[in-house]
Design a protein around this ligand. Structure first.
Ligand code: ZN
Length: 198
């Protein structure tokens, strides 16, 4: 029966993937074991390598292999602009618009009191530290237009009230409840273009 234990461990582990329930986990496990053993091996190696080598950039909080990521180190970015996004995928989408040349900060999530994610869990003090030590003139908040994304934007805006930073929010060119990751780059570019004071 020891085989079954290993199999159920694998199925349980796969359930950590978003949107993967018991049935899909089992399907994935069979696929990896039967149809793609090479791919499965590669996956297990790269996952443990990524866990071992990738850490948060000291400045933007995005994943990097070094202390400071290449985007933060780049001298061709506009040092007066900081764009705050929820996830690395949002940063990639922003970059694909080619319409933003400033710096980024990746929250790696959003405030979500129901899930127990408050300012402390989100480590917002790292963001505030970054901003206070910077020469940014404008802080663009590009969190999602979901209730949690909006609440996060409001929270950051409140912290920055009475500072010299101009705080803006990207405009609502995005659909309500829309997530930046799934929006086409034209819409996203427009939203960035139409940002306004909040
Ligand atoms: Zn960085």
């Amino acid at each position: 029966m020891s085989n079954n234990t290993i199999l159920s461990d694998l199925v349980d582990s796969l359930k950590c993937l978003p949107g993967v329930g018991p049935k899909s986990a089992l399907r994935l496990a069979y696929h990896l074991l039967q149809r793609d053993r090479l791919g499965a091996n590669q996956l297990s190696i790269t996952i443990s390598k990524a866990l071992d080598k990738l850490n948060a950039c000291d400045l933007c909080n995005n994943f990097t292999e070094s202390k400071i990521c290449s985007l933060c180190e780049s001298t061709s970015r506009d040092d007066s602009l900081l764009c705050i996004v929820e996830m690395p995928t949002d940063l990639l989408m922003m970059e694909q618009t080619h319409s933003f040349k400033g710096h980024y900060y990746v929250l790696m999530g959003r405030l979500s009191p129901l899930d127990g994610i408050g300012p402390k869990e989100l480590n917002l003090s790292k963001l505030i530290d970054r901003i206070k030590k910077s020469n940014f003139k404008e802080i663009i908040i590009a969190t999602n237009f979901t209730s949690e994304g909006n609440a996060t934007a409001q929270y950051i805006k409140d912290i920055l009230t009475n500072t010299n930073f101009k705080v803006t929010r990207i405009a609502r060119g995005l659909p309500m409840g829309g997530e930046i990751e799934y929006v086409d780059s034209g819409t996203l570019a427009q939203a960035l273009e139409d940002r306004k004071n909040i």
